[in-house]
Design a protein around this ligand. Structure first.
Ligand SMILES: [Zn+2]
Length: 390
């Protein structure tokens, strides 16, 4: 058997911490099911992040569909910071409280992956970045991982099923295993060029046997202008100064008239390594750093019971909303419904970004395709990086 929850298990709330089941059982028996508002936010972000990208909303609405609840949320792909409310669910506690384990699980990991993907895209100076790390994670969640990586800013994903669910073509090059079986890099490149659909870019792995520079030249002479690029996945033990290897390889290719050949680097890359290489490299393949991103520790807490503010110690009670200044982008948390005060920093007009997405179990918001959420993320991080530089 596979140790996974299937769609029915999830829809029926079976991925539930048992204390919710016990609490619901008692509340129902004692007639204590009350109407509540529960708010979701995080008090801190992992890995020194100052902001994160909200992801997982579409699946949460899929889970809550048909249940007697109202939901407000910020759009998927929106940048947020600690203490910003990202979602609010209202309804009878016993109708949705026991779904807390699943609701948080659907957003904590997805948001972590989308955030790291966005951070890599920034580190790469917005050059193309590809998600190659599905293999480090359980295959049952590969589609969620690569959707989150894609909306966070990756330009492509490697897994066939994941790409299909996103609605894009999968991206990839050539595995070392294929080149070892053919026994020669140039021959492998020629076979690839012969056999594979002309639409697929000829991006050839050149580090299997020999020095990167000489192998790149050999492949370029064999494929001529059909060669789109070369990939260096050089193991750590042979890597040396990667930036220098890339520079030297490009120099030699340029000198021989192969100026347009792109260089992709993959293998053990993180934000710092991408930053170091960004000037010389054209494309990046990122594995574990994105697929194994830290999770965002969202918590879901009661802020109102029977329409009266009520919360645990350490938590501001009452319903809240998140607005953003149309001029400077500063986020403001205020009581809901929002008063229409101006931005405290610049006096600009505020736009409420936490909006109704579900009414009595019916989805009332636009659920954009992954590509549009990705555009939103790229826009968010561009605006934010301009602000950070000021
Ligand atoms: Zn402002």
């Amino acid at each position: 058997m596979f140790y996974i929850a299937n769609e029915d298990d999830i829809r029926n709330g079976r991925v539930m911490d048992v204390y919710f089941e016990r609490a619901s059982q008692i509340l129902k028996a004692k007639g204590l099911s009350k109407y509540v508002a529960m708010e979701i936010r995080t008090k801190g972000l992992p890995a020194g992040w100052e902001w994160a990208i909200f992801s997982g909303l579409e699946e949460i609405l899929e889970l809550l569909k048909g249940k007697p609840v109202d939901v407000r949320a910020i759009p998927e792909g929106t940048l947020f910071a600690p203490y910003d409310p990202v979602m609010e669910i209202q309804g009878n506690y016993t109708d949705f409280g026991s779904y807390e384990t699943e609701i948080l699980g659907l957003m904590c990991q997805a948001s972590g992956i989308a955030t790291n993907s966005a951070r890599i895209k920034l580190a790469a100076g917005f050059k193309p970045v590809f998600s190659f790390g599905a293999r480090r994670m359980h295959p049952a969640i590969a589609p969620m991982i690569e959707r989150s990586a894609y909306i966070g800013g990756c330009d492509g994903v490697s897994v066939v099923l994941d790409a299909e669910k996103i609605g894009i073509e999968p991206s990839g090059t050539i595995p070392h295993a294929f080149i070892l079986l053919v026994g020669d890099t140039v021959k492998s490149a020629v076979y690839f060029d012969e056999m594979i659909d002309k639409e697929v870019p000829r991006l050839i792995l050149i580090d299997t046997f020999n020095d990167e520079k000489f192998e790149a030249i050999n492949v370029a002479e064999a494929l001529k202008d059909r060669l789109y690029g070369i990939r260096l996945d050089t193991p750590g033990s042979r890597r040396g100064n990667m930036a220098q290897i890339v520079k030297e390889t490009k120099w030699e290719l340029d000198l021989r008239g192969h100026k347009g050949v792109k260089v992709m680097v993959s293998g053990g890359l993180d934000e710092n390594k991408v930053k170091e290489l960004e000037e010389f490299v054209d494309l990046f393949g990122i594995g574990t750093y994105i697929s194994n991103s830290p999770v965002v520790d969202f918590a879901m807490d009661i802020v109102e019971i029977e329409h009266r503010p009520f919360a645990k110690r350490g938590k501001e009670s009452g319903r809240k909303t998140l607005s953003r200044c149309k001029e400077c982008g500063l986020r403001t948390v205020s009581a809901y419904p929002a008063n229409t005060a101006a931005c405290r920093a610049c006096g600009g007009g505020l736009e409420e970004i936490m909006r109704p997405v579900m009414k009595n179990g019916r989805i009332v918001a636009d659920l954009p395709p992954a590509g549009r959420i990705r555009d939103h993320v790229l826009n968010e991080i561009k605006k934010n990086s301009v602000k950070e530089k000021r």
